[in-house]
Design a protein around this ligand. Structure first.
Ligand SMILES: Cc1cc2nc3c(=O)[nH]c(=O)nc-3n(C[C@H](O)[C@H](O)[C@H](O)COP(=O)(O)OP(=O)(O)OC[C@H]3O[C@@H](n4cnc5c(N)ncnc54)[C@H](O)[C@@H]3O)c2cc1C
Length: 479
């Protein structure tokens, strides 16, 4: 029987909202641990709520479970089997991409998909079906997963792409059960460097045009957008395209150790950064400097951490937003809705919404989960201090605009969407519910996000929630 620690407050990377849950840890040895957790879940007390938690890098309430039990990533760190013949890795779900990269980059292997931080677990990467800067070429994380093992409410199963449960779990945000391990395919690389081509644009229309014309020639593509620029400069950007560098392209100093990988943390954010540190003025100054310092048109070699995970070099950088925290708003609109994208960027600029980091990417095709976020089109993500005036009304309006355009908001970043818009944004929601119902009819696996958005809507589950939820469900952030 797993042990339960006293309740603690849990939240996401945005540090708001928070809710209380009990961490759950099995005392058994590696071999018996999964049986122990499976048995506990199958006999869980009536009304108990359980959720897997990784490294808490989702921004909002996706990895929180008010009044329930949260699995500990430390229970899922036993298996790490690299198979160079088949270029695959079988690993427990608690391993982070950081740990995977540290072990495998020096051997010449990389993950097919990495997000903007390497501090995400394998379980969290599958549950959110994460995307990287190469979605237009390589799809999302699940496109490179061969199989995984899942503890559901009533069983422990090996799940493959032939099974609808595979696609319900990819993007299912932990609500199909606990992923214990996965086998993923790896990418062979010659060096630990990326050949980066940078171009500056004068406005968002030019950014869109350049990305449309040039993205297909590169594996990686991303644009940093100045959210505060206006007028003829609206949405001016710095686009970087990247390609894994071959050994013979490196200058001699780097070519001596082509697979050297040094992802160490260089700085630590202060514990008590004042809330005003990142405000409209400081962000405007930063944006201006960033835009000006970026080369107009240049090719450089960058290390993997510098190109993919620049923010990871500052630990706890989320504290820079002070006590009130921040949120990340990430939405997606299909191709053909470029006017909607521009109009939304215009709204952020008009509201003078400070965003230290606004990132535009293009999604391509690729099979994906019922609730996976990516679909062909444009995605924009902005980090916004919660204390920004008028933020709530602004984002509420943009949510509707995104839904009407056939787009969606990313659950892994969300803390404030309303349930009424979810079926429009995620038209396969009922299909997902149908699959999940078979494995968890009582709705044991539910997050605060799932409750807030009524993702598991069966009447039985709703009745249970009302009856058993004495605990305070994490409220939306105090906007
Ligand atoms: C700086 C930064 C940059 C980011 N950039 C990107 C990006 O470029 N692209 C992108 O797609 N995302 C991005 N993200 C979001 C991040 O990749 C996802 O939120 C990811 O799910 C976080 O993984 P985690 O291990 O921290 O999971 P958590 O945040 O702990 O959990 C996230 C979800 O996964 C579920 N989960 C976790 N472990 C398991 C498991 N073992 N079994 C079943 N379910 C599980 C949880 O229940 C929860 O619903 C970024 C986040 C940060 C902080």
């Amino acid at each position: 029987m797993p042990k339960f620690e006293n309740t603690q407050l849990f939240g996401g990377w945005g540090r708001s909202p928070l809710s209380e849950a009990s961490p759950m840890r099995s005392d058994e040895d590696a071999h018996a641990k999964m049986d122990d957790i499976t048995k506990f879940i199958a006999s869980a007390p009536n009304g108990a709520k359980i959720l897997a938690r990784g490294l808490g890098r989702s921004y909002g309430d996706a990895a929180s479970c008010a009044g329930g039990y949260l699995s500990a990533r430390e229970d899922f760190l036993d298996i790490f089997e690299f198979d160079p013949v088949n270029e695959e890795l079988r690993a427990s779900s608690g391993f982070s991409l950081d740990e995977i990269m540290r072990r495998l980059i020096p051997k010449g292997y990389f993950v097919h998909v990495t997000p903007g931080t390497r501090y995400v677990t394998l379980g969290g990467a599958i549950a959110a079906d994460i995307h990287g800067k190469n979605h237009h070429k390589d799809g999302s994380f699940i496109n490179h997963v061969k199989n995984f093992e899942l503890i559901t409410a009533n069983s422990r199963l090996k799940v493959t792409p032939a099974d609808p449960l595979f696609w319900a779990t990819a993007g299912g945000m932990g609500m199909t059960g606990i992923i214990t391990e996965a086998t993923i395919r790896l990418k062979k690389i010659q060096t630990a460097y990326i050949k980066v081509t940078t171009q500056r644009t004068s406005n968002v229309s030019e950014t869109i045009e350049k990305m449309q014309n040039l993205d297909d020639s590169y594996t990686y593509s991303v644009a940093w957008v100045d959210s505060l620029a206006s007028g003829n400069s609206l949405g001016r950007s710095v686009i970087t395209w990247g390609e894994h560098a071959d050994e013979d392209e490196l200058e001699p100093k780097l070519a001596d150790h082509p697979l050297a990988y040094d992802p160490n943390i260089r700085l630590k954010a202060p514990d008590l950064a004042p809330g005003w540190l990142l405000n409209r003025t400081s962000i405007r100054v930063f944006n201006e400097a960033w835009y000006r310092k970026s080369p107009k048109d240049k090719v450089l070699f960058e290390s993997i951490p510098s190109y993919f995970h620049p923010l990871d070099s500052v630990s706890d950088w989320n504290r820079l937003y002070g006590k009130t925290g921040f949120l990340q708003y990430q939405f997606q609109v299909p191709f053909g809705q470029e006017d909607t994208l521009i109009s939304i960027i215009h709204k952020f600029s008009k509201n003078r919404t400070p965003s230290f980091l606004s990132v535009l990417k293009r999604f391509g095709p690729g099979s994906s989960g019922h609730l996976s976020f990516p679909q062909p089109g444009w995605t924009l993500a902005l980090d916004i201090p919660i204390r920004t005036a008028g933020l709530s009304e602004l984002l509420d309006g943009i949510d509707f605009q995104v839904a009407e355009a056939g787009g969606r908001v990313y659950f892994a970043k969300d803390s404030r969407l309303i349930p009424e818009l979810v079926p429009m944004m995620y038209p396969r929601l009922d299909e997902w519910r149908g699959v999940v119902e078979q494995y968890d009819p009582d709705g044991i696996f539910i997050s605060d996000l799932g409750r807030r958005l009524s993702l598991r809507n069966s009447l039985k589950i709703k009745a249970n929630l009302v009856e058993t939820l004495g605990a305070e469900i994490g409220k939306g952030p105090n906007l």
